[in-house]
Structure formats: structure tokens, C-alpha cells
Design a protein around this ligand. Structure first.
Ligand SMILES: Cc1cc2nc3c(=O)[nH]c(=O)nc-3n(C[C@H](O)[C@H](O)[C@H](O)COP(=O)(O)OP(=O)(O)OC[C@H]3O[C@@H](n4cnc5c(N)ncnc54)[C@H](O)[C@@H]3O)c2cc1C
Length: 433
């Protein structure tokens, strides 16, 4: 089915996570006619377990498992992508690394910091567990500090750790905010639209094919931006004949380290309020307080039944490592990757430091949860498959999401993706003058 509306669009953007939303907001703001296709739904964010389970917990769709180690990897499939369920911590981009690829994001980051809320959490929002960990880490000499958060702090509540369910208070800034602004400026958003492939005329991308409600649609535009995420984008590109997509990726594996402290009373805490990047050791250490079901999911399968009822006096720390590039995503959107010995060593080293900090804070019964992952990227790398304007070898076909990051980096990438999206939006708009 060839959609009539399609011929009127300047660009089609596939996916509404931070990468796609940022391009969309920039282009719509310049008066361009944009069609955004998003495979997930656009249901209001409720902060419920049901919502996180349906949008980020469906095995084989949003909850992917590696083949050998059954390491779980989460991604959000709905308007806003994974940012709906992210912990809203903003790290500056790896400027030096990207400059080596001809990309300077300083101007875009400066503008983003003026446009959206990015600041450390106010004192009143920092929970008792996070304070205790910060105090203990500093006593031991770690440069533990507050982290920048994508949060409207006047709406944020202490004693709440629902960031990872999708914030029900409207306090967390997500990519959906940008999508909504773009829609207000005339963008067409189609949900439940799963893009299957890019359409070409010779070497020129002219449109995309998607399925919605069991029907096939072909839509056309002058520019195509694939922003379906680190796993979604290589799947679409491979099906469209760009066979090199999906290899040698990173996914920032992490473990949680827990320890109980007598007398600690934590009802729930804002996530990732403070921590330290142990750059030379290759990992990040932060406080990360989970809602009860996620806490139980981490502790019970490790047979820590004794911990099931002690969440309110449990300190929770996350160790997230920069993993070695490797593995591949499959043509069906699966992930194939094993942790290397170097990765295991970083996790072990991180555990040792976390345990030291927790012990110094008075914690007992220290243990770690499952290894999981949450930032798949590097599957469509700049220079290998894209030029510095994020264009593929095909005319009019661009990629803008976590896939494009050319090297393992190990830090949460959202601010980088927003800046890349802004830069690409500006570049495309300039081409369309
Ligand atoms: C639990 C968790 C916590 C995190 N915490 C942080 C944090 O504190 N700070 C931070 O910076 N980062 C954090 N991240 C990572 C961050 O959320 C992601 O790196 C970021 O959202 C990736 O953006 P993206 O644009 O690459 O893709 P995504 O956010 O994955 O968005 C891709 C979109 O494309 C859609 N899509 C996929 N396939 C198709 C298709 N075929 N057709 C149409 N649409 C499709 C998806 O439904 C999705 O909406 C976290 C991630 C998770 C899961």
C-alpha cells in the first residue's frame, strides 16, 4: 500500500528515542514536514509495573537475552524509547573521542543545557542511602560527587524510586518531551508502525516499508533517518542490504551490589544521584535504589531469601563497566555476545571497591545481583559505516542513535545522542534550504 501523505514529507524518522526525537524536534522547529514511525505505543506514562513490563519486559522484544550467558538486556519500546525507563543521569559526551571522528558537540550540549533541565539533584531529593554511600566513599578517598540529572526538580519527590517505571509525576525529562514538541509543530507521529526495511531507487533511499495492524505500508520522503536504537537500527539496515551493520557492539554490562545497614530507613530514593567514574579502571560506581519488584528480581534468584524483607535498610550500588567490543546482533533483532575475561575482571574489581564502601558505611551481608546490560550501541559506527554527518553509503539515508557511537565508552549516552540529533537536524535542515 503506497500512502498518499508520504510524498509531502521532507523526512521520515524511524524511532522516537533520544536520537530520533532530537532530530525530529530540530527539523520540526525549522518548519520541515516530518513523519515519525514508532513501533511502540504512546500510552500515557503511569509509572506502573504493568507499563514497564509491557514496554520493557517482553522476552524476545524489549527484554533480550544473550545466547550463551543468558545476560538480560533491557530496552524501551514506546514513544520516547528507553528514555521512558532510564535513570535520567546526564553525562557529557566523550568530546575527545568524537573529535577524532570530526565531530564537535560542544555547541549542541551548551544549547541542550539551556533548553532542558540538567543539574545535580537538590539536597532534599537525595535519599538517606545515597547520602550514606557518598559519606562513606568520601571518607575512603573516592571523589564521589553528585551527578547531573534530567529532572524537573520542582516536580520530583523524595522517597520515590519510580524513575525506572516511567516517572508518574512528570518530573523526569524524557525524549517524549521532544516528540510532543515536534508534534505540536506539525510532525506526524504514527505509533504501532514497525519499519521492516528501507526502500531504494538505485543508490538513493526514497522511503521505508512498515507494518501496522497486519498491513504493509510504503511511505516516501526526501531524507530517511533510522533511529531505532542500538539493536533496532542494524536489524533494519541489514534487511535493507547494508550487511555490515550489527557487529562488534558494546552494551555496558552492570551488576548491583547490596548490603544491609541496621537502622537505615529508606522508603525509595531518586536513582543515580551521586557516584564516581573510575575511568582508569573502566567502570562507573553510583547509588541506584530500585522499586521492590526489581530489587526482588535481583536478590531472590541469587537465593538471598533472607534479603527479601530488608529492602528499606539495604544500600544499593551499581557498577557499570565499559565492555570490550564484540558479538553481533542478529537479523531478527537478537543479541549474541559473551563477556570477555577483561570484562569479568572489571566487574570483579568494581565489586571489591563497592563492597569496601558499603562495609565502611556499616553494611553487612554484602552480595551482588545478576549481570545485566542496558546501553546497546556501536552497531553502525561512524567512519566504519557512516560519515561524520551520520550519512550511510546510500544517498539520503542517515542513522542517529546509540548505534553510531564508534568506540566503547562505558557511560550513559543520552546527552550525547540528543546532541548528535540536534547536529544532524541542523545539517539536514541546511541541505533543504
Ligand atoms: C533501565 C535503563 C536505565 C538507563 N539510564 C540511563 C541514564 O541514567 N542516563 C543515560 O544517559 N542513559 C540511560 N539509559 C540509556 C538510554 O536510555 C539509551 O541509551 C537511549 O534511550 C538510547 O537512545 P536511542 O535513540 O539510541 O534508542 P532507544 O531509546 O532505544 O529508542 C529507539 C526507538 O526506536 C523504536 N523502534 C525500534 N525498532 C523499530 C522499528 N523497526 N520501527 C519503528 N520503531 C522502532 C523503539 O520502540 C524505540 O522507541 C538507560 C537505559 C535503560 C534501559
Amino acid at each position: 500500500m503506497r500512502d498518499d501523505i508520504s510524498t509531502t514529507h521532507d523526512a521520515i524518522i524511524v524511532g522516537s528515542g533520544p536520537g530520533g526525537a532530537s532530530v525530529a524536534k530540530e527539523l520540526a522547529g525549522q518548519g520541515r514536514r516530518i513523519l515519525m514511525l514508532e513501533r511502540g505505543d504512546n500510552a500515557p506514562i503511569k509509572g506502573s509495573l504493568f507499563q514497564v513490563a509491557t514496554n520493557a519486559g517482553i522476552p524476545g522484544q524489549s527484554l533480550l537475552f544473550t545466547n550463551l550467558s543468558l545476560l538480560a538486556m533491557v530496552r524501551g519500546l514506546c514513544t520516547g524509547g528507553s528514555s521512558i525507563f532510564y535513570c535520567a543521569t546526564a553525562f557529557d559526551p566523550p568530546y575527545a573521542m568524537l573529535e577524532g571522528y570530526g565531530i564537535d558537540l560542544r555547541r549542541e550540549v551548551q544549547e541542550l543545557k539551556a533548553e532542558i533541565p540538567i543539574a545535580p539533584a537538590e539536597e532534599r531529593l537525595m535519599g538517606p542511602g545515597a547520602r550514606l554511600m557518598m559519606q562513606s566513599a568520601r571518607q575512603l578517598g573516592y571523589p564521589w560527587h553528585k551527578l547531573n540529572k534530567f529532572i524537573y526538580q520542582d516536580k520530583c519527590r523524595p522517597d520515590c524510586s519510580l524513575c525506572s517505571y516511567g516517572c508518574p509525576h512528570g518530573a523526569k525529562w524524557t525524549a517524549r518531551n521532544y516528540v510532543e514538541q515536534a508534534v505540536d509543530q506539525g510532525m506526524t507521529l504514527v505509533n504501532g508502525a514497525r519499519v521492516t526495511r528501507i526502500l531504494f531507487e538505485g543508490d538513493k533511499a526514497v522511503g521505508v516499508r512498515y507494518r501496522k495492524n497486519l498491513q504493509r505500508h510504503d511511505v516516501f520522503a526526501k531524507r530517511i533517518v533510522v533511529a531505532a536504537g542500538g539493536v533496532g537500527s542494524p536489524k533494519i539496515l541489514r534487511r535493507s542490504g547494508l550487511d555490515r551493520a550489527g557487529y562488534d557492539f558494546f552494551f555496558d554490562p552492570l551488576i548491583m551490589v547490596f548490603g544491609t545497614v541496621d537502622g537505615l530507613q529508606s522508603k525509595g530514593e531518586i536513582q543515580m544521584s551521586a557516584g564516581v567514574h573510575m575511568q582508569s579502571r573502566g567502570y562507573l560506581m553510583v547509588d541506584l535504589n530500585f522499586p521492590t519488584p526489581i530489587y526482588l528480581g535481583q536478590s531472590l534468584p541469587k537465593l538471598r531469601l533472607d534479603k527479601a524483607f530488608s529492602q528499606s535498610n539495604t544500600l544499593m550500588m551499581m557498577i557499570k563497566i565499559k565492555d570490550e567490543l564484540g558479538g553481533h546482533t542478529t537479523a531478527w533483532g537478537g543479541v549474541r555476545k559473551s563477556l570477555r575475561a577483561e570484562d569479568q575482571a572489571k566487574l570483579k574489581d568494581g565489586y571489591t571497591h563497592a563492597a569496601r564502601i558499603l562495609k565502611n558505611a556499616g553494611a553487612k551481608g554484602i552480595f551482588s545481583g545478576w549481570t545485566v546490560a542496558a546501553h546497546p550501541g556501536g552497531t553502525v559506527k561512524i567512519r566504519e559505516m557512516l560519515d561524520s554527518n551520520l550519512k550511510t553509503e546510500k544517498q539520503n539515508l542517515y542513522v542517529c542513535d546509540c548505534s553510531v557511537i564508534p568506540e566503547a565508552w562505558g557511560l550513559p549516552p543520552t546527552l550525547t545522542l540528543l546532541a548528535l540529533g540536534k547536529r544532524l537536524g541542523r545539517h539536514l535542515s541546511g541541505q533543504m534550504q
